[in-house]
Design a protein around this ligand. Structure first.
Ligand SMILES: [Zn+2]
Length: 161
């Protein structure tokens, strides 16, 4: 069996909060046609993520974001992995932010059929482990929409290291 060589992740993010980040990215792309965020700060207690949006979402839209994520958690979508070569990245998977020195083997992370992206972070096994997703505050300034969120994981002690 071939040995996969992957870049090391630059930080160990709390898996339930990081997996919620995947769902949030895909939900924002679908609702607003924006790009996935490249400005995130994911932690156990409080996570921040910024999206480039020309207008501030309405209160109803913000509620819809939160509701959609919680529905995806309830649906208990499995998180699956596939190792692929750099040249085999599917055309609909963003890869423009891959560093030049990215390893030849990359890892695709699929959450059910909802989201697929390249990632080497740590995730839960299925979305129900995220528990509950709550947007605690939002702000919009100069085309940047910030969401502050937290998760209430089903097994809070599972990911202690
Ligand atoms: Zn990830």
């Amino acid at each position: 069996m071939e040995e996969f060589v992957l870049n090391t992740h630059n930080k160990a993010e709390f898996p339930p909060a990081h997996t919620a980040e995947h769902l949030l990215n895909q939900t924002m792309c679908r609702m607003f046609g924006c790009k996935r965020s490249n400005n995130t700060h994911i932690e156990r207690k409080k996570s921040k993520i910024n999206f480039a949006l020309p207008d501030c979402p309405t209160k109803e839209q913000i509620e819809q974001i939160e509701h959609t994520i919680n529905q995806l958690i309830q649906a208990d979508l499995p998180v699956c992995y596939q190792y692929i070569k750099r040249e085999d990245v599917p055309i609909d998977v963003p890869s423009e932010r891959l560093p030049q020195q990215a390893s030849e083997w990359l890892r695709l992370v699929r959450i059910g059929e909802y989201d697929t992206c390249l990632c080497i972070g740590q995730h839960v096994e299925s979305t129900r482990e995220i528990g509950e997703f709550k947007i605690t505050s939002t702000s919009w300034n100069q085309d940047s929409f910030r969401i502050v969120y937290r998760v209430f994981p089903l097994y809070p002690d599972k990911y202690n290291q």
